[in-house]
Each structure stands twice: as C-alpha cells, then as structure tokens.
Design a protein around this ligand. Structure first.
Ligand code: ATP
Ligand code: MG
Length: 354
C-alpha cells in the first residue's frame, strides 16, 4: 500500500511473560473499513488499545497519517473509540455524553451544540438530547456511544465489538447504519468482532487473528474462498473436512474412503501415502451427480433438517460427515435418513489444508 493511513509495524505485547500479541503487521488505507476477527482471547482488544494509546507495545511502532504515534497519549492521537463494554456516563444527558470530548477540547458552546445536534441527526435520534442513558434501549445507547466517539471528528475510528450486547435484529440494522455513517464521513475504521458474518458483511478487508497473530489479511471474498490456513478455513464459515490419502502425487490422485478423486496441481511437495485434509464449503457439494462436477463419493444420509426454502442434509462418507444445502422443491420429496447416496463436487473447489 503506497500511503497507508494507519500502519502497525512489528507490534508485540506481553503481559508479564505471556505474549498476547506476536509480531502484528497491518497497513490500512484512508477511508478503509478493516475488521479484526478472531476467537475470545486472541488479542483483538489489546491490539486496538495499542493503536488507541491505552496500552504501550512491548516492541514495534504505530503510525497514523505517516507520523509515529507510538509514544503519544490517547488524547494526542485524534482517535475515536467505542469500547467493548459501552460505557456512557450515567449522570450525563445524551447531549452531554456526545459533547464530552468537545468540552474537553475547549470547543465554544454554540459550536459544540451545533455539532451535538448534527451527530444526533446522523444517528437518527434527533430528539434524544435531554434523556439520560437509563432511559434508552441498548441499541440507542450504542448509537450514542458511536456519536460520542465521532463528535470530535477523529481521524481514526476504533470500534470494539460495538454490537455484541444487542439482539439479532438491532445488530443487523446497526451494522448497516455504522457502515453508512463510516462511508459518508470517509473515516478510516477498525472494527473488532468475533462474529464472522458481521466481519464478512461489513468489511473492506478482514484480519483473521489467531493467538496474537494475523493468520490472514484479505477481502471477505478472499478470506472465505481462499483461506490460507486451517484455522482461517475453520473459523470463517461452515467447512466440511475429509481425510484423504495420496495415491499418486504426480497425477494428483487422492483416496477417500476407498474411492479415488483427482486434484490436479494441488499436491505440490507431497508424496504417495501422505495423508491430508481436504475441505469443501457446503455450497460446493451437490447431492447426487451433477453436470460439471468431476468428483463423486458414495455416502449415506445421516440426517435431514427441513428449514423451509433450504434443506440441510448431512451425509456420512467413511469416518467423516459432510453438510450440504439443497433448495426445497415442492415436487421432489426430501432425502431419507439411512439412504445410500452419492455426493459430487468440482475438484477445483477443494481446498487442501496444511
Ligand atoms: N492487562 C492485562 N494483564 C494481563 N493479561 C491481559 C491483560 N489484558 C489482556 N490480557 C490477556 O490477553 C489476552 C488477550 O486479551 P484481549 O482482551 O486482547 O482478547 P480479545 O481478543 O479482545 O478477546 P474477547 O473476544 O474475549 O474480547 C487474554 O488472554 C487476556 O486475559
Ligand atoms: Mg475484546
């Protein structure tokens, strides 16, 4: 990236002798929306706090707008942050909460009032200025926390699981709202979540974190379709894993449950007899043979869940069970548990996991 707006370079962080962030590198472009996605405890909040200046890295540097901010205090960094446990000041009104950073910065009253009104409009709560936090729903409090972070016009917005406390429906609408506001203001944003769907649907790019490291950084499309590690493949989306044994590395033949499939060009560096894990997304597998699918395996229907428009079927193949989805069709009855069946897929869709 030519001129990243945020650059995190070789950052490490240990608490005592426990390494929580291990050599983290990331460049974020101006106006970009990047998610940190990973399981609980993998270091997402710690990394965000280092960017904000609440935590000092044990090694490495953070640059914002080309300037080294590693030694600067949080209030010198022009960063807006919404914390994981959104903490509005309970004794201040909504307007006072939003105006808090403006007051600290010494903005004249009239100007601050105008900015507060503007922020209330942006978050679609124009008449809520005089309320106190206890008079708000969780989703409304979350929007106020966002407005408070945005009011001082930060250069960089850091959001730590801002939607985790909310119910599914509110989450969905706030997702879109946050993204719309972020785009409108063109503000560079880092969004922390452990919800893969949230990350996939909102982000320009995703950093998948695993035990203090960025396992893979890429667009949602790249992360989902071309996961570079087993961890990423498993963490993002549903994945079927079949264990196979290489029968001929040169021609790319693999045996799964005594049946052979071909994986041209995917077995570099392997030899006959090696075992490997082959992964397939549910949407890449068809029940029965299908035109265009060059690989077939025999299995047995293990269970069938009728979900309405979609029927989720699990098929036992040797020691493994694979999930696949078929669309409901009123004129063809769903498969029956215990039936023998074939599944088919294109060898091009098989991921070889290392
Ligand atoms: N101040 C601290 N002192 C000691 N250990 C800490 C401190 N802060 C965080 N940790 C540890 O560092 C690890 C990473 O914590 P962090 O809060 O960054 O995780 P996270 O990815 O944000 O997880 P979650 O999804 O649960 O919020 C955890 O094991 C945590 O216990
Ligand atoms: Mg956290």
């Amino acid at each position: 990236m030519a001129d990243p707006f945020l650059s995190i370079q070789n950052v490490k962080k240990s608490f005592g002798n426990v390494a929580v962030v291990k050599d983290f590198n990331l460049d974020v472009g101006a106006g970009e929306f990047v998610s940190f996605l990973g399981p609980s405890g993998c270091g997402k909040t710690t990394m965000l706090r280092i960017v904000a200046g609440f935590e000092e890295p044990s090694a490495g540097k953070v640059f914002v707008g080309g300037k080294d901010v590693t030694g600067l205090k949080p209030n010198q960094r022009h960063i807006g942050m919404v914390f994981q446990a959104y903490a509005l000041f309970p004794n201040l009104t909504v307007a006072q909460n939003i105006g808090f950073g403006l007051k600290v910065a010494g903005m004249p009253r009239a100007e601050a009032d105008a900015r507060i009104a503007e922020m209330l409009n942006i978050i679609k709560l124009p008449d809520f200025g005089d309320r106190y936090p206890y008079q708000l729903s969780g989703g409304q409090q979350q929007r106020i926390a966002l407005a408070r972070a945005l009011a001082p016009k930060p250069k960089l917005l850091l959001l730590d699981e801002p939607l985790s406390a909310l119910d599914a429906k509110v989450r969905l609408s706030l997702r879109e709202e946050i993204r719309a506001i972020q785009k409108k203001l063109g503000i560079t944003t880092i969004f922390v979540t452990h919800d893969q769907e949230e990350a996939l649907s909102m982000s320009d790019r995703i950093v998948v974190m695993n035990e203090g490291r960025a396992d893979q950084t890429g667009t949602p499309f790249e992360i989902y379709n071309r996961p570079s590690t087993k961890f990423v493949a498993n963490f993002v989306g549903t994945l079927n894993v079949l264990e196979g044994t290489i029968s001929d590395a040169a021609s790319g033949t693999v045996t799964i449950n005594a049946e052979e499939i071909g994986l041209k060009g995917k077995l570099n560096g392997s030899k006959a007899g090696d075992t490997l894990s082959l992964a397939l997304r549910p949407e890449a597998i068809s029940l029965g043979r299908k035109a265009g699918n060059d690989s077939n395996l025999t299995g047995q229907i293990a269970d069938v869940h009728f979900l309405g428009s979609v029927i989720r079927v699990r098929v036992g193949v040797g020691q493994s069970v694979v999930s696949l989805d078929t669309f409901n069709s009123p004129n063809s009855p769903p498969p029956v548990v215990g039936e023998k069946t074939e599944i088919s897929f294109s060898s091009g869709d098989v991921l070889v996991l290392h």
